[in-house]
Design a protein around this ligand. Structure first.
Ligand code: SF4
Ligand code: SF4
Length: 74
């Protein structure tokens, strides 16, 4: 069976570092950056392999700044 692999794109300048996406990710592949964005917040980032495009982060983000992409691995 083909596995689904995913990746995400976070609009980091609009992220407010609330960490809801980090708590919601079942694969624990998100963390807060050590850097800050223009608003002065540490922003969320994907920091390792393992995203399966489950959408949890995008659904929970109050500002809807996360886009999720699916890739099929044969
Ligand atoms: S789509 Fe799912 S697995 Fe991927 S980063 Fe978001 S919550 Fe984690
Ligand atoms: S839920 Fe949205 S605003 Fe909150 S840390 Fe994640 S990307 Fe940033």
């Amino acid at each position: 069976m083909a596995k689904v692999k995913g990746t995400i794109d976070i609009n980091i300048e609009k992220c407010k570092g609330c960490e809801l996406c980090i708590a919601a990710c079942p694969n624990k592949v998100l963390k807060l950056s050590d850097k800050i964005n223009v608003k002065g917040y540490r922003y969320a980032m994907l920091y390792m392999e393992g995203c399966n495009a489950c959408m949890s982060c995008a659904l929970v983000c109050p500002d809807a700044v996360i886009k999720v992409y699916k890739k099929k691995i044969e």
